[in-house]
Design a protein around this ligand. Structure first.
Ligand code: DAH
Length: 348
């Protein structure tokens, strides 16, 4: 039996010294010292040996077990040291190398770029920029904007209600009221921001962006509105654009108009047999809603200097997504929110 123990020792020592990694070492530990290994079995079976063999066998087996445990611990330390060394060598950074080429700069998201472009146009026309809360009261979002109590936009199917009196604003128009409460006329203001509606499909997302416009003064007319929007349309869609106003309805403007811009697609840029995808061959593209501020709206802020008998104004509201998509031929609204860099890289 002591013969066999000596053999085991030689075999195990050779294997442990040659182990190349800590995983292999652990396997060897199990193979030679684990619960089912031969050496521990010999130790457990000492009592079954003839009495005169018990002493020498037990002693030899114990010695070998201790020797192997020591060897494993020693090899394990060696290996750990080696692995650390290797890791350090792999991770070495040569700080004397020249700097990497400069990282490419990011770019503005198409929506941000479009918002800023529109803002710049109106800043140039003498408007200021204001922002307002996205969580808004029903009073500002609907009541003070002259929405009848039964107006369909108030429907819980269309509007996110926080409580009975608080909504996620469905448009940027409530800032018209807040702005007039904050400052007497004259007022020339645009209000960009996020708005929310319970809609979700190829052409609607629950959250999107608008830019509101409001001009209030003593002598503002529909001609001012048209001139302002013509300047806007030409700045954004090209200097030979025209605009036209079509009668429409909004609760807070009277009269209300929808505004079209003349199609900006070069009509030789698509096959003659195909309809123009921008204007459907009508020659006009709807870009926003607007109108003259309804005197009823002024009556909500009369105490702040907005006497409906003395002042008038125009207002407009446009979707930033819509302007960006029209201008750049973006076929699906959701591309603006997927944030696939292959799409984003094409702009800015
Ligand atoms: N608030 C309207 C909407 O979200 C857009 C709008 C229309 C704003 C006419 C205006 C306006 O200021 O005069 O659909």
């Amino acid at each position: 039996m002591t013969q066999r123990i000596a053999e085991l020792r030689a075999e195990a020592e050779a294997a442990i010294s040659a182990a190349a990694g800590s995983a292999e070492l652990e396997q060897l530990r199990v193979r030679y010292l684990g619960r089912k290994a031969e050496l521990p079995n010999i130790l457990r079976a000492i009592a079954t040996l003839p009495p005169e063999e018990r002493g020498p066998t037990g002693k030899a087996a114990n010695q070998v077990r201790q020797a192997l445990e020591g060897l494993i611990a020693q090899r394990s330390e060696q290996l750990a040291g080696g692995e650390l060394e290797q890791q350090l060598r792999r991770d070495v950074v040569d700080v004397t190398l020249p700097g990497a080429p400069p990282q490419p700069l990011g770019r503005l998201h198409l929506l941000t770029a479009t918002r800023r472009e529109i803002e710049d146009v109106f800043l140039g026309l003498g408007f200021r920029i204001a922002e307002g809360p996205e969580v808004e009261t029903v009073y500002y979002n609907f009541d003070a904007l002259n929405h009848a109590p039964t107006h369909p936009a108030r429907d819980r199917q269309d509007t996110f209600y926080v409580t009975d009196d608080v909504v996620l604003r469905t448009h940027t128009s409530p800032m018209q009221i807040r702005a007039m409460e904050a400052q007497p006329p004259p007022l020339y203001l645009i209000i960009p921001g996020r708005v929310y509606r319970r809609d979700n499909d190829a052409t609607h997302t629950p959250q999107f962006h608008q830019i509101e416009g409001l001009a209030v003064d003593e002598d503002i007319t529909l001609a001012d509105l048209k001139g302002t929007l013509l300047a806007f349309a030409r700045a954004i869609f090209g200097s030979d654009r025209e605009v036209r106003l079509r009668p429409h309805f909004f609760p807070f403007t009277e009269p209300s108009v929808e505004v079209d811009v003349s199609c900006f697609m070069a009509h030789d840029s698509h096959p003659p047999a195909q309809r123009c995808r921008v204007c459907k061959d009508t020659g006009w593209v709807e870009i926003l809603g607007s109108g003259m501020v309804d005197p009823n709206v002024f009556s909500y802020v009369a105490e702040y200097g907005y006497d409906p008998e003395k002042i008038q104004g125009f207002a407009f509201g446009m979707g930033i997504e819509r302007i960006a998509m029209l201008k750049h031929g973006v076929p699906d609204l959701r591309l603006l929110y997927d944030n696939d860099v292959r799409f984003l890289e094409q702009f800015g």
